[in-house]
Write a new protein. Structure first.
Length: 472
């Protein structure tokens, strides 16, 4: 899996992603402590509002940026987003009221909504080979999981030496380092003539299709990616699978502290252990999955994982309603690890699926659409996990999320199966020889005909969608 790091451009981009995520993790810890300083017992509501602002920024900003990003070289766009995030992190230690926190968080997340889809759309062009791209997706998943495990530990070590406001300076350093690493490489062009052929430098010209797209309004372009995403059946299935991931992940993110402290009565130090089990399950899958995807199809991995999320949430409902017993703590750790593994089984191949279904020229818009639509899923799952858990109880919230995950898995299976059936070529059998009956007395001669060959693999799917864009 580490062989892809031999590619200098990808290596620099991957390290940029890692250091930026480390800075983000430090900012997450520092922001919670800042909210407590400003709001005291109401810190939870402050963080909840900040999280909602983050989701709104992700949903609303990414398509608009995708509509305008074709006019800006991608390297320049990534660096500008990093510098904007560094500026926000630099200002956060000096805020004195809650509304200032909300404003800066919106700007920070708007910059992240600019950076992440653009970054995702660059990687397929840097690593055009399917095998290399699969390993890059697993490394990216590992980077996110490492951030959830390492950043809190690093923050705790730093807090033993300095005040929490100094953590924001670590965030600034992370974003600036990311910008420097992006500047150090030359990115391929936004549109390649053919997959696997070298493109022009990032500052170079665009294709005729991209130039003609300039004439469209920014509003139309911002919706074009979403329409493209929703027009492809397998991508609609991917969105349903993302909703299943959100159902499991929201329960972990929102209610881990409630399960550990209230339901099980365990010390606060066990909260990071539970979160570590979730991240550990995801990391293990990310390490093992590339070799599996070399042998099996994405669908074979992703659909069972979505049903597994529903099953694990149903098992969690049983643990929640159980009266007591020491067995519930290891059971919770096992369930959290299982949810992390199932989520990674869905999220890791998602980039492969999108790349195979969308023409290269439309990848930036498609990644931006996925970024926004995925966070719509989280906007739905977070209230179910938080508000329903607080008002109706954890069992009700767990059952509701299990039903949501199951419905998402069933929908994905139906949509993906429909596409598989529709995409199958209908080639009538052609006899190897045809006997020609002569008008006069002549010998019968076999006439050989070539069988008609339909395009195969990715070309078949693209050919099908080009001719039948409205296919279910």
């Amino acid at each position: 899996m580490l062989s892809v790091l031999r590619n200098r451009t990808y290596r620099h981009l991957f390290v940029a992603q890692v250091v930026a995520l480390a800075g983000t993790g430090l900012a997450t810890v520092a922001l919670g402590l800042l909210a407590y300083d400003l709001a005291g017992a109401d810190a939870g509501s402050v963080l909840g509002t900040a999280l909602a602002i983050k989701m709104v920024a992700y949903v609303g900003i990414a398509p608009v940026v995708a509509a305008l990003a074709h006019r800006i070289p991608r390297r320049r766009l990534l660096v500008a987003a990093d510098l904007a995030r560094a500026g926000v992190a630099l200002a956060l230690p000096f805020v004195g009221s809650v509304w200032q926190v909300y404003l800066l968080i919106f700007v920070l997340q708007a910059a992240s909504a600019t950076f992440t889809p653009a970054f995702q759309s660059v990687i397929p062009d840097v690593l055009p080979e399917e095998r290399d791209y699969t390993r890059a997706l697993s490394l990216s998943r590992l980077a996110y999981d490492t951030e959830t495990l390492v950043s809190p530990v690093l923050a705790a070590a730093l807090l033993a030496l300095v005040g929490y406001r100094w953590l924001f300076w670590g965030t600034v350093i992370g974003f600036l380092a990311s910008a420097v690493l992006v500047v150090s490489v030359v990115l391929p062009g936004a549109v390649l003539a053919a997959r696997g052929k070298p493109g022009k430098a990032d500052a170079g010209s665009r294709s005729a299709g991209a130039r003609s797209a300039d004439a469209r309004s920014a509003g139309a372009r911002s919706l074009a990616g979403i329409r493209l995403f929703l027009s492809v059946p397998r991508l609609r299935a991917l969105l349903a699978l993302d909703l299943a991931v959100a159902a499991g992940g929201a329960m972990v993110i929102v209610n881990t502290v409630v399960y550990v402290r209230e339901e099980l009565g365990r010390p606060a130090g066990d909260v990071p252990l539970a979160l570590g089990a979730y991240g550990g399950g995801s990391m293990l899958v990310a390490l093992l999955l590339p070799r599996v995807l070399d042998r099996v199809a994405d669908r074979t991995v992703m659909l069972p994982a979505a049903f597994a999320v529903a099953g694990l949430l149903a098992a969690l409902a049983v643990v929640t309603t159980a009266g007591g017993g020491a067995w519930r703590w290891p059971a919770l750790l096992a369930l959290w690890a299982g949810l992390g593994a199932a989520g990674s089984l869905i999220l890791t191949p998602g980039g492969r699926l999108l790349r195979a279904a969308v023409p290269p020229a439309d990848l930036p818009a498609a990644f931006a659409a996925q970024f926004s639509l995925t966070h719509v899923c989280w906007l739905l799952a977070y209230p179910l996990a938080g508000w329903l858990g607080a008002t109706a109880g954890l069992p009700a919230a767990t059952v509701a999320l299990a039903v949501l995950a199951l419905a998402s898995a069933v929908l994905a299976a139906r949509v993906w199966r429909t596409e598989a059936t529709a995409a199958r070529p209908a080639v009538a059998p052609v006899p190897a020889t045809v006997t020609v009956r002569p008008h006069h007395r002549q010998a019968r001669r076999p006439v050989h005909r070539r069988p008609l060959h339909a395009p195969s693999g990715r070309a078949l799917v693209r050919h099908h969608h080009h001719r039948h864009p409205a296919a279910p």
